[in-house]
Design a protein around this ligand. Sequence first.
Ligand SMILES: Cc1cc2nc3c(=O)[nH]c(=O)nc-3n(C[C@H](O)[C@H](O)[C@H](O)COP(=O)(O)OP(=O)(O)OC[C@H]3O[C@@H](n4cnc5c(N)ncnc54)[C@H](O)[C@@H]3O)c2cc1C
Length: 462
Amino acid sequence: MGIAEGFIDRLTQFLGPKGILTGPGDLEPYTVDWRKLFPGRAACVVRPASTKQVAEVVQICRENAVPIVPQGGNTSLAGGAVPDASGTQIVLSLARMAAIRSVDAIGLTMEVEAGCVLTNAQNAAAVEGRLLPVSLASEGSATIGGIVAANAGGVNVLRYGMTRNLVLGLEIVLPDGTIVNGLRHLRKNNAGYDWRQIFVGSEGTLGIVTAAVLRLLPRPKHSVVALLSVADPKSSLELLALAQEELGDQISAFELVSAASLNLVSKHSGLKVPVAAGEWFVLMEAASSLSGLKDGAEAMLGIAFEREIVLDGVIAESAGQASELWALREHVTECEAREGKSLKHDISVPLSAIPDFLRATGQALAAGFPEARVNAFGHLGDGNIHYNVLVDEGLSSEAITRIVHDTVASFGGSITAEHGIGQYRVRELARYSSPSEMALLSRLKHVLDPQGLLNPGKVLLR
Ligand SMILES: Cc1cc2nc3c(=O)[nH]c(=O)nc-3n(C[C@H](O)[C@H](O)[C@H](O)COP(=O)(O)OP(=O)(O)OC[C@H]3O[C@@H](n4cnc5c(N)ncnc54)[C@H](O)[C@@H]3O)c2cc1C
C-alpha cells in the first residue's frame, strides 16, 4: 500500500520546512544503518521540535496508517533505527529535541530531551562535578532517547548497571498519540506499575521517548587505568576476582580484548599496544574519591604478577595515557568494520562459564569453518562478549551463527546482552525464546500498538 495523497503536504504544513526532509540526498543518512547492512527507503524524515509536535505527527501517521521508525544517532548495530525497503515508512528523528533541561547536583538527577547526544549530557553533568556513567564508543553520536530505547550497556555496567538502572523518569508518546509525562526526579516511587521499564529497551516498538530523567553520581576524583596481558580467559576471571577482592566496587570497567582484536586495531588505526603480547588483554579502570587508589591498584597488580595471573602490563601515568589505553578498546568495533564483513554475536553467559564458552565455540567453529576468523572482545565483568566472526565470501553466515548461538543457549546465555534485537536478530529471538515468552511480548505490543505502526519488524517478526 502506498502513502495516502496529501500525507506529506499535511506534515509539511504542520512542521514547517525545517521539520521535514523529502529529497533523496537528504534522506540517505537516515535510511542506512551504521553497518550498512540494512539499506532502507523512507517516504520522508520528520524532525519535530517538541513533544507536542511528536504527538501530532504520530496522530497524522495513525490516521493514514503510516509506520514510524524512531531514530536517535542511528548507531544501532542491530539495524533497529532504519526503515524497511518499501518506501512507505517514515523516520522520526529526535535530533531537534536536544535540550538539557536541568542538572540537579544535589538531588543527583538530570532531565534531558531525547535527541541530546550522550557526550553533551555527560559533559553537562561533569560541569556540575557529577557523573552520567553510561559510556560507549558511540557516545559522540548516540542520543539519550537511543540509549534508553536500546537499554544501552557500555563499559561501566559492572559498577553502575545498564541504562535501565539510571532511568528515574520518562516522557513517552504512545502509538495512539497520547503524551504520558512521568518525568519524576524520585529515588523511590512505588505508585502503581513501574511502566517506565517496559519502554526501556523496547527499541522504539512501544512508544517514542521524548525526554528522560537520569540518575547521576558524584564524580570520582581519582581514577586508575591499566592494560594487562594474560595467558587465557580463565586468568582474566582470576584477575577480576582479585581486583574485586582488593579494590571492591571501585572497579568500574573490566574489558577483555583478544590479541586478534588488538591486531585489527593496530592494522587499521595505527595505534600501538604498549604491552608485551599475551593471547588476551584486560583493560581495567578503578575510580574513587578517596585517596590511595593508585597505591591500592599497584599493590593488587603486585599480587597478580606474583601469582602469575598477569604476564605484562602498564598503568597509565596521566589522563592522556589513560585515554590512549582506552582508545585501543574503543577502536575495536570501527576497525572490525574496516576489515570487512562480520557476523556480530553480542552474547552473554554466566560469568564463570566464559572460558568454557570461548573454548567450546572456538572448537566447534574450527571444526566446521577453519577459515573463519574470530574477533572476540567485550565487557568481561558483565559476562558479555562480542563474539564476532569475520566472514569472507563463501562462508555460511547462518551456519556460523547457529554454532555460536546454540553454544550460548547450552550455557544458559543470551543472544544479545546489550545491542538488542533490531532487525538483525529478529528471527534469532523467536528461535531461542520460549513460545510463552514470545506470546507475552506479542500481547504487550498489541495492547500498546494494535495497528503495529511503531517500528514494525524490529524485535518481533511482522
Ligand atoms: C562503535 C560503536 C560502539 C558501540 N558500543 C556499544 C556498547 O558498548 N554498548 C551498547 O549497549 N551499545 C553500543 N553500541 C550500539 C549503540 O550505540 C547503542 O545501542 C546506542 O544506545 C544507540 O543510540 P542511538 O541514539 O544511536 O539510537 P539509534 O541507533 O538511533 O536507535 C536505536 C534503537 O532505539 C530506537 N530509538 C532511538 N531513539 C528513540 C526514541 N527517542 N524513542 C524511541 N525509540 C528510539 C530506534 O528505533 C532503534 O530501535 C555501539 C555502537 C557503535 C557504532
